[in-house]
Ligand binder design. Sequence first.
Ligand SMILES: Cc1ncc(COP(=O)(O)O)c(C=O)c1O
Length: 397
Amino acid sequence: MRFSKSAQKLRASAIRELMKLAADPTIISFAGGMPNNDLFPVQAIDEIYAGLSDSAKKTAFQYGPTEGFPALKESLKEYLRSRGLPVDTNKLLITTGAQQAMNLLAKVFIDEGDKVICEFPSFVGSLEAFNSYGAQNVGIPLDDEGINIAALREALAKGELPKLLYLIPYFQNPAGTIYSSKRKQEIIDLLKEFPDLILLEDDPYGELWFNEEDVPLTVPMKAITQDSSQICYVGSFAKILGPGFRIGYMLVPDEVYNKCELAKQSQDACTSTYTQVLADAYLRNNALKPYLEWLRPIYKRRAEIMLNALEVNMPKEVVWTTPKGGFFIWATLPEYMDADDVFQIAVKKGAAFVVGRAFDPEAKKNNAIRLAFSHTAENRIEEGIKIVADAVKQLLK
Ligand SMILES: Cc1ncc(COP(=O)(O)O)c(C=O)c1O
């Protein structure tokens, strides 16, 4: 077939392949970065739908404006305002998941060969979106406070200025880490030095903190800076309502909004009105706050169980992150170990995870694994970690 150049760049997502494993009930899967089905607010949504007027239900079945269902835009703005985000000086575009926001931003900013600076490791879905428009993804390591600022400066000084700086600062996927306030300020200051650089601030997990004292860390850079014109902020309902709603959004400067809205018109005309109507009522009924209050301790407990199991079972050659929120732990194996080999052994014994290469912006390094604690029932986490740890032990030199 005479496929296009962009089709030729498409690679099978390791995540989507592994997602199939998550569906096999005999495998303890730490692979899917998603909530467990038992955690969804099904009853609240049932009640919301039952309570809609006939005309609201009919509206829900209809096409809507490309930019988003107007009522949801208003209620979402209210919510974003409560998180300190500058909704009055920026524009809000509802997207079909945050994934579409990444795709639209990649489409409007990236030409073949443009550089995108990402964290190492970074979210595979975004890396693939950038890649599909011909970006050259450059990974900069994370340290205890966020992206390593010295290495970032060095990368910015080299050659042509990158088009985008892509960061997931709050409970990162896959590393689970959060930026310090100091590092956020350093990034904000850096943007002033490079006025043509756009920061893509991706924040699907910020609400899922474990301890209230960490809330100040979750305040987005877009909310902190006086001048947010270089920051494209992306959020999602996937982890705080349900990925199946496919509702994400971007809060961006006017110019970016205009281009992205045009690009979205030809992609899907509009995000599902049906789920936007439900999400709007969910926000208006103030259902999000109590749901999050119920959800946070559940994830906190799962993380604690996993951390404890790692402590007990993993050999000392392995190090891992200690998340303060979100879904993930990132474990780094000895340099010589290939996560594919660990995977092959572990999956035969009944446990799965995602190998590190999927999250390397350059798709090379494979001596790490991503362990999601969000999807696995508490009583199976320890058993699964023991299987993974045994596989690692078999491969130690
Ligand atoms: C960091 C990050 N960004 C974006 C997304 C995509 O979110 P959505 O399901 O809203 O498309 C995810 C989903 O896992 C994610 O982890």
